[in-house]
Design a protein. Structure first.
Length: 241
């Protein structure tokens, strides 16, 4: 199978000034993809963009706070004006909260804060950017999930992390899994008799429907998640490729 040429594609990554988001941007930049570093802090976003540029990537900072609709709308307007489309949307921004915990003790406000970023923020960004993704010849929408969002694993007393039950964080990832399934169904190609996987190569110059898929992260200790936890794929639906 011939390698795909990604040069010239446009990718927006939320929370890309550090961690997983930054590494995703770095890797995509190495593939010749223009990476838009979405971050709420301009200083940190510009610093990350400058660092990537120094490594040879075509990187640009875009101010975006997933909890502030006005910044999401402005980012979408900026991307439309500069590029006219979005080939890859990676919903990476996420938080954990010290007040989160099991249902009997979790601070409701902490749970709400986690959901505001990890789910409602993802939904708002996806809805705002979807028209731009539809303008792509083969758009991709990626949501970052975790094994902690698996209902099956959470219900398994033998699972190594069965005792780790932050309601807000685990719940937010479970909702993301549901959102991915539903988004993939909504964006499916009714012409296709078979659902195609995200890894499939699209024929050149053929416009495809956008796809949705789940990526799984290795949470960090700073997110209040065991440092030895490694997320494993639960599902990765992608339709209409």
């Amino acid at each position: 199978m011939a390698a795909q040429n990604h040069k010239g594609k446009i990718a927006l990554i939320t929370g890309a000034n550090k961690g997983i988001g930054y590494e995703l941007a770095r890797q995509l930049g190495k593939e010749g993809i223009t990476v838009l570093i979405a971050a709420r802090n301009a200083e940190l976003g510009n610093a990350a963009s400058a660092k990537l540029k120094a490594e040879g990537a075509d990187a640009h900072f875009v101010e975006l706070d997933v909890t502030k609709p006005e910044t999401i709308a402005k980012a979408a307007q900026t991307i439309r004006a500069r590029h006219g489309r979005l080939d890859i949307l990676v919903n990476n921004a996420g938080v954990a909260d010290k007040g989160d915990g099991p249902p009997s003790t979790a601070d409701p406000e902490a749970v709400r804060r986690v959901l505001d970023v990890n789910f409602f923020g993802v939904l708002a960004v996806t809805q705002s950017m979807l028209p731009l993704v539809r303008n792509s010849a083969a758009g991709r929408i990626v949501l970052i999930s975790s094994g902690l969002g698996s209902l099956t694993w959470n219900a398994d007393p033998k699972w190594p992390f069965a005792a780790f039950k932050p309601l807000g964080y685990n719940g937010s990832k479970a909702i993301l899994n549901m959102m991915t399934v539903q988004l993939a169904w909504e964006l499916r190609d009714p012409q296709c008799a078979e659902t195609r996987r995200a890894a499939q190569v699209s024929p050149p110059n053929e416009r495809r429907r956008p796809s949705a898929q789940v990526a799984f992260q290795k949470p960090s200790p700073r997110m209040l998640i065991p440092k030895h936890f490694v997320g494993r794929p639960i599902l990765a639906p992608a339709a209409g490729l």
